[in-house]
Design a protein around this ligand. Sequence first.
Ligand code: ADP
Ligand code: MG
Length: 469
Amino acid sequence: VWKNCLDFIQDNISNQAYKTWFEPIEAVKLADNSLSISVPSKFFYEWLEEHYVDLLKSALTKEIGRGARLIYVIRMENTPDKQKAYTEKIPSSQRSHVASQSVEIATKQKNPELKNPFIIPGIRNLKIDSQLNSNYGFESFVEGDSNRLARSASMAVANKPGGTSFNPLLIFGGVGLGKTHLAHAVGLEVKEKYPDKTVLYISAEKFTQQHIESVRKNNRNDFIHFYQIIDVLIVDDIQLLSGKKGTQDVFFHIFNHLHQNGKQVILTSDKAPVDMQEIEQRLLSRFKWGLSAELLQPDLETRLSIIQNKLYRDGVDMPEDVINYLAENIQSNIRELEGALISLIAHSSFSRSDVSIELAEQVVKNYVKKSKKQISIDHIQKVVSDYFQLDVEILQSKTRKRNIVQARQLAMFFSKKMTNNSLTAIGKQIGKRDHATVLHACKTVDNLQLTNKQFKRFVEDIDKKLKQS
Ligand code: ADP
Ligand code: MG
């Protein structure tokens, strides 16, 4: 009977709500018209009553017929004597409905652990898949000057989640420098040290999707509640919440709840808090409550250790000069360094020969070419300013001098062409202009190129410079 009820329920609520609130329920027995189900805690019972009573009623009535009764049994799994407490539900005056009146709850018994109803032993039994990647532990994270602070802060947090002043812990730094790896490492370590703690890793992108979905399905409260019961919440690439006001609001809410309850929050971002665009001020100021630790570009020594570590783990040999060549030529991105290395290992195992320095050169060239699109707006502004021998501040200023306007427009044009930023983001960074100005700049540059030979020359020169850098 319960199985059929569950099927019905599952069809009517989100998967997440189902997992959170119905999977932990166990059917105990069915006698006459009464189905007993056991739930992990009083709180859980109250939540069900408050949010799902109609759904439960419908499911039960469908299965058992009118007059069906539901009896909640509250599990007390963590009580010292393992005693189970049973609670009988009395049908409400509306005969044909499943009862939903408050009843004698087991917590009224002398049970020291349950004095505060919000410290809920049962809820720990919720099985939440932490979404952690077991390859991203501390043991595979090579320490170096560029990551020492971030790494040790992460370890401190992992040892005492919620118990340090590093809350939230914000790990920030450029692409491919190990933010995601470090964030997983914290989560994995917490699970190792505190198996009872609920850890969840989620990308800000997925968080946003879930939020939108919850609004659409009308169960935003379940969504929020789901996040509020987590002990260690890791949100990756928080900069992706830029411009998403609704999701920021909900995150703000969840963040506050977790923080107030001594739960740990770990965030990563590819920008420092001061540089995060279109993130609400109140959220940014929360980020600064804890510790912001930056991952810098790895120095040569660290790059060498990362390569050696990887080779060691994979049990692969590689000539010394090739290792040095890789470490010297791929400087700014550990993901690319690893990518080139993996590609070399693949080549050598395919051709059953040692990796030659020539092959390494070829592979590195490919990698460096592919990474071109990671040019930043700042970099573009710098290159354009240098080209016209201007200061970046002048480029960003409000001046309407013709040559400066042109330089500014070129910076906007290339930012649109070579980065993934929105018109709004580009405008903001280039002297706080609006998106219409950027759009206009792009059109102007397109047109001028066709009519003005000298201007076309500028565009080509700058293009070349940007591609070289
Ligand atoms: P980010 O999230 O900053 O873009 P990732 O965490 O995805 O970067 O790291 C990119 C790759 O580089 C991953 O495969 C990661 O394991 C590796 N990596 C980064 N930093 C280190 C490090 N210090 N030691 C070993 N591997 C690292
Ligand atoms: Mg990442």
